[in-house]
Each structure stands twice: as C-alpha cells, then as structure tokens.
Ligand binder design. Structure first.
Ligand code: GLY
Length: 567
C-alpha cells in the first residue's frame, strides 16, 4: 500500500459525500448483496459506508477508508462507533502481507483487581458497566493514528473532515434511530456529570437532525494535532475533569501512556481456506480457529434432516471452547495465553473425545481442557479497495452507549470496557461469559475481548472479509457466516441473513433469534438434551465475498441499518 507522511495540515475538503456518484443499497433478505467490480465498504450506517466509498473514489486505500469510516461511525453510530473506546483491525495487503492492530482499551494505572467488589467481596456489576469507573483508557484515536502512520496515503485531514461535517451539521434520523436515542437519553443524563442536552432536551422523532458541536470540536483537534489532539491538551483536560467530577480514575498519565500495538495476526487453515484473524487480547480469533479446526473433521449439511446434527455439533464445540476461554484467554502481555496449544489438531481431537452425536453434554460436566503450561453493542466494518487491499475492523464501547458518560465539553461517550475483565472469579460479565485469574484486572492490562475481525483466503487469494458485533456471540456468528458460504454454498448476503444460533459454556443453552421458528428442529434438539431459548437478533455481520468471477458481493446485515457502498 502506498503511504504519505502524517499529518498534512490545513487541507480542508468540501463535504460532498452525499452527492457522491455511485450506488448504495439495502439488500433484501436472501437476495444477492450489492455487487462491485472494484471496491466495497460495508458498515453499520449508510452515511459511514458512503464516507468510505468516497475516500476510495478519491484514490485512498483500504486503511484510509477504514480511518474515515471509523471516525464517521463515532458521529452517526455513537452507540458503538467511537473515539472513547477501542478495537481491532486486521489488514491484508494485496501481496498477501498481513497485519493486526490492537487498539483495545487498557485498565487505568490506578485500577485494582478488587475495584468492583464491596466490603463483603460481592461483585458490583453496576460499577463495571455504568458510570465513570467502568471506562478503560480509550485506544481508538491512537489506533487510527498508528494505522495512518503505517498505511495512510491521502492527507489525514481528508479522512477526519467527513466526520467533523457530520457532527457539525448533523444528520437526519430514521424512526428507529430517533426511538433509540430517545430511549437512551435518561441513561446518558443519569451517568454524565453535565447533562448532554443535545441528546436529552427533547424526544427525537423521525426526520430530526442530531447535531454534535462539542464532538465536532474534538474531532477538529484530532484532525489538526493527531494523537496530541486527544491524549493531551484541551480534550485530555476535559476527559480528566469529567473523571474527577464523576469519581473515575483515568488520569493524564493514563492518557500519555496509552499506546496501541501492531501484533502478529493469528493464522489458521480450514480445508483450502486460510484464516487471518485477531489474537489476544481478543479470544475471538482463537475461538474461531478452534471451532473451524474441530468441525473440519465432520461432514456438515444444512439439509432438512441434517441441520440438527450441525447445530448439535456446533453447540457441543462452543461448550468446550468457551470453557477454555474462561480459563486460558486474556491479554497476552500479562498472561501466557497458550495459543498454539489451544488451536492444534491434537488438542482439539482430545478435547472433543467426549462428544456424543446423539446427546448434549451438560455444561456442568465440562471443564477447561488440559494445557501443559497453565449489547452487546459493538460495530464492525469490512473494506476492500480497488487494489485488492482488505481491512476487517471491529470497534466498540462495549455496551450500547458504553458507560453512558458523555465527556462534558468534548462531546464523546466513554466505554464501559472494564466489564470485560473478570471482576470476580466465576462472576459472569454482561455477556454471561465467565473468567478467572487469567483475565483479572491489572493496571495497564487490556481486558479480554471476543471481537473477531477476520479475513479469509481461498487457495492463497483474498476470499472474504468478515466480522460482527455481539459480545460473546461474535466468534460463533463469524463461524456460522463462514460455514454458510464454504459448506452450504450461500452467497454473501444470504450467508449474513441466515438465522443465527448461539451457545457458549454457561449458561447451558442454545439461543435462537425470535424471527426464526422450526418446531421439528427444536423438538429434535430437545430430544438430544438441549435447552432452547428465544432472544433478539444475534450479531450484525458486515462482510464482503470475492466471487468466482472476481466481482465483490457485499453482505450488509439486514438486522440493522447496515449498508454497502461500492463501485
Ligand atoms: N466488548 C465486547 C468484546 O470486546 O468482546
């Protein structure tokens, strides 16, 4: 990828994104997704996808587009898009070179393993999930700056300006968005020290504009000063003042010390497919490789009679693998995660010896495997540029609107990522996943994630870019999407729209989306001993597939406002 030095200042472009020539659409269920001959962006919001497409049309590469999409999502999708959170980015250059960037939040320097326990040792999830103490040190801005330093080709300003315009001028809300922001207003008011009136002063309705002046100013600092525009100076002061007023612990030293990291991506294979995914501090990539490595030895089918066997197998795998997650997965800078052992064939075969094709194993009988050594609101976007470079990026505040603390004067919402640590051994986080010693809170440690931005190769060539939000359902949703394409012969949009099922170790159940119903399948699963539970939608997968003829097919999840834009 060609790059340019950072930052080139004072180059302000005219905001013409909504006039950009080209097409974007919202595919219907089971239709082919948007097709493109050259490039594709798929994200959670149509305006963000258009921003990415415009950057690509200007000659920017996939990482340029990813930075611009990330910043745009911070404005138009503030429930998960962010500058106050963190995430992961997996990159595959067109020559096959791969990279992964970890800009996950860190525990503040003054964090302590018992900080969410009361005097009797009871866990206090309200504190790890809401308010000032719930936030890890944000990594997103440092991450975007580092990505730009390595790969940026357009002027930095051009990548940030679209987000500034969207914040400054506002954007028109759909009915769903209006309802969502109205519903969250009281929570933002409750947890922020200064009432964020642009969110709370009225009940939004369809057609209203959400204008975010303070956020526009913060983004302008970031545009003009890069990393220093966020981690020092005015914005840092506002963040630390917010913490002081609200009883939080993030201080100037935390902000100064924060650094994102280039890490070696995790690699694995499934048949003739190469998998490039995120390693620790995400457990998502390990879980995905464990599931694919196990299922490789079974013949699976989605035919009427065989689908139950596939779901049974998938559930039994997840049961065992999520028990491993609880015991062995954490920030590898602090804990020696036995990655290679967890994903080797021998280990997976041994781990699956107790599998009975006819009967569910109660989770209470499952322990972690033996190792020698020791809102679920997030958002994902996938990008392929005209030169064939690919970016798979998942970013988050953790829960919807994170800690619900909006930094007064700076206009951005802080994450509640501290809940992704094990706040007490054996106590579940908001996604019901358990953790222990490995993922305990330590100063400057990154909390374990399930985010799984992933890129697939087929016979060594770029094949798919995929990822999703969804907390602990992330790796199982990515897994199902991959299997839908490579085993069940679906196109990208169909693979994304298919009903999803999720199971982990505990709770001991299979959850299924409430839009799905199949009495016979449910009966067959119950006969094998499974407990079923209906729930709302699982994940919002945004993905791109390279079809046999070389065209790109988008899969933009119809569960949300997710939209593809390509050419
Ligand atoms: N905050 C959700 C995750 O990182 O898995």
């Amino acid at each position: 990828m060609t790059k340019l030095s950072f930052p080139l200042r004072n180059q302000i472009i005219i905001f013409s994104l909504l006039l950009a020539i080209g097409f974007s659409c919202k595919p219907q269920k089971h239709q082919t997704g948007l097709l493109g001959n050259k490039a594709m962006v798929v994200s959670a919001h149509p305006l963000a996808s258009e921003v990415g497409k415009t950057i690509l049309l200007k000659g920017g590469n996939a990482v340029d587009a990813a930075i611009a999409v990330h910043m745009a999502l911070a404005v138009v999708y503030p429930q998960a898009g962010n500058i106050g959170g963190g995430g992961f980015m997996v990159i595959r250059e067109n020559d096959g070179t791969v990279h992964s960037l970890d800009y996950r939040e860190k525990a503040p320097i003054n964090a302590d393993k018992d900080m969410y326990l009361d005097a009797e040792g009871n866990a206090l999830p309200e504190k790890s999930q809401n308010g000032h103490l719930a936030s890890g040190v944000p990594g997103a801005v440092d991450g975007m700056v580092r990505a730009y330093e390595k790969f940026g080709s357009l002027p930095w300003e051009q990548l940030i300006n679209p987000a500034i315009k969207l914040a400054e001028n506002g954007f028109e809300l759909t009915e769903k968005e209006a309802d969502f922001f109205s519903a969250y207003a009281s929570k933002l008011k409750k947890h922020s020290t200064v009432d964020p009136t642009h969110f709370t002063s009225k009940s939004f309705k369809k057609g209203d504009f959400l204008i975010q002046k303070d956020l526009a100013r913060t983004l302008t600092y970031i545009r003009d000063k890069g990393r220093d525009g966020f981690y020092s100076g005015k914005v840092a002061d506002l963040l630390v003042e917010e913490m002081t007023r609200g009883g939080g612990i993030i201080n100037h030293q935390d902000l100064k010390h924060y650094s994102s990291k280039w890490r070696t991506p995790l690699r694995g294979t499934y048949k003739n497919y190469g998998i490039i995914t995120m390693g620790p501090p995400s457990g998502g990539g390990i879980i995905l490789l464990q599931m694919l490595g196990t299922i490789e030895d079974y013949k699976v089918s989605n035919s009427k009679d065989k689908f139950v066997d596939y779901l049974h197998l998938k559930t039994e795998m997840a049961r065992r693998i999520f028990a491993d997650r609880a015991a062995y997965m954490a920030d590898s800078d602090f804990y020696p995660v036995p990655i290679n052992q967890l994903i080797t064939k021998d280990y997976l075969l041994e781990r699956f010896k107790s599998f009975n094709p006819n009967k569910a194993t109660p989770s209470s009988e499952i322990k972690e495997g033996e190792i020698d050594q020791e809102s679920e609101e997030t958002t994902h976007f996938s990008i392929i540029d005209p030169d064939g470079n690919a970016v798979s990026s998942t970013t988050t505040l953790n829960g919807n609107m994170g800690s619900k603390v909006l930094v007064a004067g700076a206009g951005f919402i802080l994450n509640n990522e501290m809940d992704d640590f094990s706040i007490k051994p054996g106590f579940p986080n908001m996604f019901g996943v358990l953790g222990g010693e490995a993922n305990k809170i330590e100063p400057e440690k990154r909390m374990l994630s399930s985010m799984s931005p992933t890129i697939l190769e087929k016979d060594g060539e770029l094949f798919m870019v995929v990822g999703t939000p969804g907390g602990s359902t992330i790796p199982t949703s990515v897994f199902q999407t991959i299997i839908n394409v490579v085993e069940f012969d679906m196109g990208m949009q169909q693979a994304v729209d298919e009903p999803r099922f999720h199971s982990q170790w505990k709770p001991d159940l299979i959850s299924y989306e409430n839009s799905f119903s199949n009495k016979r399948l449910f009966e067959d699963l119950r006969k094998k001993g499974h407990i079923l539970k209906e729930r709302g939608s699982i994940g919002k997968v945004d993905a791109i597939l390279i079809r046999d003829n070389g065209t790109l097919e988008a899969g933009a999840d119809s569960r949300g406002m997710d939209t593809a834009a390509g050419f």
